[in-house]
Design a protein around this ligand. Structure first.
Ligand SMILES: Cc1cc2nc3c(=O)[nH]c(=O)nc-3n(C[C@H](O)[C@H](O)[C@H](O)COP(=O)(O)OP(=O)(O)OC[C@H]3O[C@@H](n4cnc5c(N)ncnc54)[C@H](O)[C@@H]3O)c2cc1C
Length: 394
């Protein structure tokens, strides 16, 4: 299946590299890593280092740091292609690629000079963003007056952090995290939270359990624990009390990237369904010659194409807002792509019949993976609410 609406020779070259990486490095190992019982063991530094060697890990960094300066549209295409190989691998790089983009815009020149060259040079340099807490999760997506539980209290020369974040992608693997904490406890989180840059190994910062997920297992999700963790003033990102501005101003394409990861799973499931329908003979002919199956494959194709168009439009407009950006594009493309991925993965299961239920066909992994983005990056219903608030609130 031609995956993308590729526009330039540069995009084609990047995508060819990523596709080779997926075929040679990711796909041969994905099933075995997915099947490991200990979630931490499903993570592969070898995959990270091989991605680094071909420039994937750092492709959104500017050329001054040795990156490609990839734009949001190209990045969305890369994330989809990685998701076609494995969702977890797509997510670990989607997080790193997008946070590198945020950091280049939101960090001060001093912070950039201090952090980015080291991140670029470290073949295991990965990035994470810590917002979600056990008791404050959808509340940061739809306006709710409750503050974050993670508190940052002013001290001479910095802030002292105490609290817990959970479900954080790359949480136990990242060299740097952007962490959101309440600096003004009297304010709701959207107005009283600050974004901090936290380096791995900082005293008072540890990681807790690695969550044992049903799918997306090649990515690790972990707790971030802060116990009297001192963060110097020079690690405040943006300004104090304006943490959510960092996301709103510097990261409109985040939702499109999440959608692209989910879309990769949809493409993998569609391709698997087509492959099976060509070889499985029932009723005297291959399944693909039965009208019901053919029509369902066309519907799967339509859902993929429509989701991709939405994602590409959102990714491109995020960087060209004067041409018609509207804020629902920062909430809905992921919802559409994840719903499409869920439908396509379960239809792929149906087309495989009982064989799909047997682990050896790999269909059940796709179904488990497809469930992830119904919730990740904001639960879908909450994102509908967020979009409706953009549409109908003054
Ligand atoms: C695989 C995965 C990776 C993740 N990675 C990260 C990460 O890297 N960083 C990070 O910060 N977070 C991360 N998250 C957290 C993710 O963003 C949250 O799971 C998500 O925001 C939903 O929160 P929740 O799971 O606590 O659900 P809840 O907030 O408990 O919601 C439960 C249900 O109630 C609905 N609901 C909630 N509030 C309302 C409302 N006001 N009105 C109507 N319905 C409502 C929701 O839509 C949902 O259906 C990740 C989650 C997963 C599953």
């Amino acid at each position: 299946m031609e995956a993308m609406f590729v526009q330039t020779p540069e995009q084609r070259a990047v995508l060819d590299t990523v596709r080779r990486f997926v075929e040679e490095v990711v796909r041969p190992r994905a099933a075995e890593l997915d099947a490991r019982a200990d979630p931490a063991e499903s993570y592969s530094w070898e995959i990270v280092e091989r991605a680094d060697a071909v420039g994937i890990r750092t492709m959104t960094l500017g050329r001054e740091y040795g990156g490609l300066g990839a734009d949001a549209l190209t990045t969305a295409m890369v994330i989809e292609e990685l998701g076609r190989g494995d969702l977890g691998v797509s997510v670990i790089f989607a997080q790193t690629l997008k946070i590198a983009q945020i950091m280049q815009k939101a960090l001060s020149p001093e912070q950039r000079a201090r952090v980015l060259p080291g991140f670029a040079a470290d073949p295991r340099g990965m990035l994470a963003i810590g917002i979600t807490e056990p008791d404050v999760s959808s509340d940061y997506l739809v306006p709710h007056p409750r503050p974050f539980g993670t508190a940052a209290v002013k001290a001479p020369g910095g802030f002292v952090l105490n609290g817990l974040k959970h479900f954080i992608s790359n949480g136990n693997r990242a060299s740097h995290c952007l962490v959101f904490a309440q600096t003004d406890p009297g304010q709701p989180l959207a107005e009283g939270a600050t974004c901090f840059l936290v380096e791995r190994g900082r005293p008072g910062f540890t990681t807790g359990i690695v969550h044992d997920k049903m799918g997306e297992r090649l990515a690790n999700n972990a707790e971030l624990i802060f116990q009297d963790c001192f963060i110097p003033d020079e690690n405040v990102v943006g300004s104090v009390g304006r943490g959510f501005r960092v996301l709103a101003e510097f990261f409109p394409q985040s939702n499109a990237y999440a959608g692209a990861s989910a879309l990769g799973v949809a493409v993998a499931a569609y391709e698997k369904a087509v492959g099976w329908a060509r070889v499985r003979v029932q009723g005297g002919m291959p399944l693909i010659e039965h009208d019901g199956i053919r029509a369902q494959l066309a519907e799967m194709r339509m859902l993929i194409d429509a989701s991709r168009s939405y994602i590409h439009r959102a990714a491109w407009l995020a960087e060209h807002q004067e041409h018609g950006w509207d804020r629902t594009l920062g909430a809905l493309p992921k919802v559409m792509a994840s719903q499409a991925a869920w439908k396509i993965a379960t239809w792929c299961l149906e087309i495989h019949g009982g064989h799909g239920y047997m682990k050896e066909t790999g269909v059940e992994k796709l179904v488990r993976d497809a469930a992830a983005f119904l919730h990740s990056d904001g639960a879908n219903r909450t994102l509908f609410l967020k979009a409706a608030n953009f549409m109908f609130s003054a």
